[in-house]
Design a protein around this ligand. Sequence first.
Ligand SMILES: Cc1cc2nc3c(=O)[nH]c(=O)nc-3n(C[C@H](O)[C@H](O)[C@H](O)COP(=O)(O)O)c2cc1C
Length: 158
Amino acid sequence: MDLEAKKSALRSMPHGIYVVTLRRGEERCAFTATWVTQTSFEPPLLAMAVRSDSYARSFCQPGTALALHWLDKQQKSFAQTFFKPPTVEGQSFGPYSFQDGVHGAPILDGVLAHVEGIVRTVVEVGDHHPVLFEVVDAKIHRLGDALVLADTGWKYGG
Ligand SMILES: Cc1cc2nc3c(=O)[nH]c(=O)nc-3n(C[C@H](O)[C@H](O)[C@H](O)COP(=O)(O)O)c2cc1C
């Protein structure tokens, strides 16, 4: 295989930008992800790949509540904030406030939309682990064009 071609092809693959929040008891964490997709209509399942050695990965156990948020095209700095683990104070990640979702996951204010989910399975293969979760709640907060990886100039993949 031509490794440069593989890298270029995978880096040009279309992806979204999402802020993922997770809750374990009274602990909460959040990070920005791009490797996310739908995998089933019934039950409604999504998959995201979570770096195997990250703090967020330690939250991803069957039964964990999480939320996936998408942002509008003006919210690049919002997404950027969650490349580093934010400080959690009360109901805020740094400057970004949240409410508790119906299953307890942190639901960020100011986003375009979110889905709340429950982790069903984690596949322990590779340097990112596919985490399969079932959508248990969803809300469109406002209309707008979603920020996607191609808007940002950031690279993740290859
Ligand atoms: C453009 C971009 C996309 C990213 N996508 C993912 C992703 O899909 N999955 C993931 O686990 N980390 C992803 N990351 C890394 C996380 O945002 C974050 O840096 C990482 O979870 C921090 O983990 P740590 O503080 O525990 O080391 C991405 C980073 C960038 C810059």
